[in-house]
Design a protein around this ligand. Structure first.
Ligand code: NAP
Length: 251
C-alpha cells in the first residue's frame, strides 16, 4: 500500500512541530511539507503533492486554510479551535460544490481521555438537573472557552434537550459575568494558569449527589495517536466529520 502524503500547516507551532515528528514516525505516512506563516497554503500543498493537510494554526486563519487545502485537492484534519456553525457550514458548502470525495475532520480534541470524558458526559447528562463545564489551560492559549469545552457543553445540551429536560436551575439575578459563557444553556468556565497544559472537569448535580468527570492532558504527545488516526481515516471519509469520537468505535 502506498503511503499517505501529509503536509502540516502551522508546522512551526507547538502542536505543529509535534505533529511533524509524529507523522515522520508513523508507518504509512510521509511528511511532504511544513507550512507556516507567510506561505501560500494552496500553492505549497499542490507543489508538495499533499493528500492530507493537518491544520494546527490559530482560530483567525484556520477556516481560510481549510478552504485553500480543499482548493488544492487535499483532505484536511483540523485541530485548531474557534470553529462554529457558520464556519463549519461554509466548509460543507465547499465540499458539496467541489464534489471531489474530499474529507474534512475537525476534532476539538485529539486526546483519548478528553474524547472519552466528552462521551461519558453526554451519556450522563440526561440524569442530572444541573451540569457545568470547567476548562483549565496554560495562559498562552488565545481563545476561551476551549473548543473541547464548547463541544462538551453542546453535547450535554443536546442530550438534555433529547431527554426533555428544561432550563437548569439558576437564581442568579446580577453578576452574570461571573457565571461563565453560556453554551446552549450550559455554563462553561475558563481558567488560565501557568503550569497547566489542558484539563477539563464536567460537574453534574442532583439534590444530594454530584458526579465529577475529569480529564488531564499533561503533554502534547497525548494528542498524537489521535492525530495520526485522523489522518489515516479522513482519506476514506468524504464530507465533514466533527469530533474524534466519530472515528473511534465508542458505541
Ligand atoms: P501555536 O504554538 O501558537 O502554533 C500556531 C502556529 O500556526 C504558529 O507557528 C503560527 O505562527 C502558525 N500560523 C499562524 N497563522 C498562520 C497562517 N496564516 N498560516 C500558517 N500558519 C500560521 O499554537 P499551538 O499550541 O500549536 O495550538 C494551535 C491550535 O491547536 C490552537 O487553536 C489550539 O487551541 C489547538 N489545539 C488543539 C488540540 C486538539 O487536540 N484539537 C490540542 C492542542 C491545541 P506564528 O507563531 O508566527 O504566528
Amino acid at each position: 500500500m502506498s503511503s499517505i502524503a501529509v503536509a502540516v500547516i502551522g508546522a512551526a507551532g507547538r502542536m505543529g512541530r509535534q505533529t511533524c515528528e509524529a507523522v515522520e514516525a508513523a508507518d504509512g505516512l510521509d511528511l511532504v511539507a511544513r507550512i507556516d506563516v507567510g506561505d501560500d497554503v494552496a500553492a505549497a500543498l499542490r507543489d508538495a503533492g499533499a493528500q492530507v493537510a493537518v491544520d494546527f494554526t490559530v482560530p483567525a486563519v484556520t477556516e481560510a486554510n481549510v478552504h485553500a487545502a480543499l482548493d488544492a485537492g487535499a483532505h484536511v484534519v483540523v485541530g485548531t479551535t474557534g470553529w462554529d456553525e457558520g464556519s463549519r457550514g461554509r466548509v460543507v458548502e465547499h465540499l458539496e460544490r467541489l464534489d471531489a470525495g474530499l474529507g474534512v475532520l475537525i476534532a476539538p480534541n485529539f486526546g483519548l481521555s478528553a474524547v472519552l470524558a466528552m462521551t461519558f458526559a453526554a451519556k450522563a447528562a440526561r440524569y442530572f438537573e444541573s451540569a457545568e463545564v470547567v476548562e483549565l489551560h496554560h495562559p498562552d492559549k488565545v481563545d476561551a472557552p476551549s473548543g473541547t469545552a464548547r463541544h462538551t457543553a453542546a453535547a450535554i445540551a443536546a442530550a438534555r434537550a433529547e431527554a426533555g429536560l428544561g432550563a437548569q436551575p439558576d437564581a442568579t439575578q446580577e453578576g452574570f459575568e461571573a457565571r461563565g459563557a453560556d453554551v446552549d444553556g450550559v455554563r462553561v468556565h475558563a481558567v488560565r494558569l501557568r503550569g497547566l497544559v489542558a484539563h477539563e472537569e464536567i460537574l453534574f448535580g442532583n439534590a444530594g449527589e454530584q458526579l465529577t468527570i475529569r480529564q488531564d492532558s499533561f503533554d502534547r504527545a497525548s494528542f498524537m495517536p489521535g492525530v495520526v488516526l485522523a489522518v489515516r481515516e479522513v482519506v476514506s471519509r468524504p464530507g465533514l466529520t466533527v469530533g474524534l469520537e466519530n472515528v473511534l468505535d465508542l458505541s
